[in-house]
Ligand binder design. Structure first.
Ligand code: FE2
Length: 377
């Protein structure tokens, strides 16, 4: 949901066989979308904007569309015992089914990717209502996860044809200030990372941005490997993790044990004022991972001068990292469901385009403490 601006970006897009305008929406398959919708409104500050279900003529499912600035979540639940949604929830727990990408031409996006080897999830089709028309097409990525291409240039409705506008009934406090999706991370199985990086390179025209090996990402006990791919204009970034051998169980392995397949591990959401955002999220009851106070003893030696007062970061347990272009502030929630699978990252970028490598050790030790509490380390 970002807009293209600079001429460089437009020139680059002209040569790109899969130009993307950004993330259109993230769809979660849930056991109870009505209650999940309440959670994302009350805890994360989203607003309900659209709905489809029995009241709108949909017989087998209910979907709630939530929005906060340029971030859109769709929460879908099945109304019948035997459906793809029901089976997906039984297998994976609540999880991300669709990472939808906003495109100018959904049919061409489908053709360009399937001719390069993408497995079709569904053929392109056009739907319309009084607000105009939308063309959708879908391809599979890792696990059961889908990329839906959404072409909505001729549509003015609240979400998609078939959805009606709805407004929140959940009381909201101060704005949370989440702005846009920064990146969505996938966990894949042992030895599968390079296969999926190649998928994004060859099938979707993404470029490899960064590689982390297990020396970069290991603690005393566990390890993982990670690579990050980005589309041409940088609006869409997908890190892919795989487990690595360590003395104890990798956090990626724990995810795979509970999700029962590759899938989306975390979504990073941008804020322009992380202290305000995290203060508000904490007030609303969102739980975050914490690092020991000692993290702050030498953090400024590592990252240099920053605009924020260190005590205020420490009070909120925010992490800091720097690269050649600037620094970033970040924090990670605990899993947002009972299975230790999906969580969120809140990130404020102050020039830095990287992902917080300097925090990995402290962060993963924090995750391991949580794994140990669950009996999964
Ligand atoms: Fe991240």
């Amino acid at each position: 949901m970002q807009t293209m601006t600079s001429p460089e970006v437009q020139a680059q897009a002209a040569q790109d066989f899969l130009p993307l305008n950004g993330t259109d929406y993230l769809e979660f398959y849930c056991g109870n979308a009505k209650q999940s919708a309440y959670f994302y409104q009350a805890a994360f500050g989203f607003e309900l904007v659209a709905y489809a279900g029995p009241e709108t003529g949909v017989r087998d499912r209910a979907s709630y569309v939530l929005q906060q600035n340029k971030i859109r979540f769709v929460l879908t639940t099945s109304l019948v015992p035997d459906s793809d949604i029901t089976r997906h929830v039984a297998e994976h727990g609540d999880g991300v089914k669709v990472m939808a990408l906003w495109v100018d031409d959904a049919r061409k996006s489908f053709e360009e990717t399937t001719k390069r080897g993408a497995i079709p999830a569904f053929e392109p089709y056009t739907i319309s209502d009084e607000h105009g028309e939308v063309t959708l097409a879908g391809i599979y990525t890792y696990g059961e996860t889908i990329h839906t291409f959404v072409e909505r240039s001729h549509y003015t409705g609240p979400f998609l044809p078939g959805f009606v506008a709805r407004t929140s009934t959940v009381p909201q406090g101060a704005p949370v200030g989440l702005e846009v999706v920064d990146h969505c991370v996938g966990n894949v199985g042992w030895g599968e990372m390079n296969r999926w990086i190649k998928f994004y390179e060859d099938v979707m025209g993404f470029k490899l941005l960064i590689t982390f090996d297990d020396d970069d990402i290991s603690t005393e006990y566990s390890a993982l490997m990670s690579k990050v791919v980005s589309n041409g204009n940088g609006f869409v970034k997908f890190p892919i993790n795989e487990p690595a051998e360590g003395k104890k169980k990798s956090q990626i392995e724990e995810y795979l044990d509970f999700y029962h397949s590759p899938g989306v591990q975390h979504m990073a959401l941008i804020t322009h004022d992380i202290r305000q955002t995290v203060t508000e999220l904490r007030r609303r009851g969102v739980e975050f991972l914490s690092v020991p106070g000692a993290y702050y003893d030498d953090v400024l030696d590592r990252v240099g001068a920053i605009d924020e007062d260190l005590e205020s970061l420490k009070a909120l347990n925010l992490l800091v990292d720097r690269d050649e272009e600037g620094y970033l502030l970040q924090i990670f929630t605990k899993p947002v469901e009972d299975r230790p699978t999906v969580f969120f990252e809140i990130i404020q970028r102050k020039g830095a385009k990287s992902f917080g490598k300097g925090n990995y050790k402290a962060l993963f030790e924090s995750i391991e403490r949580e794994q140990a509490l669950r009996g999964n380390l």
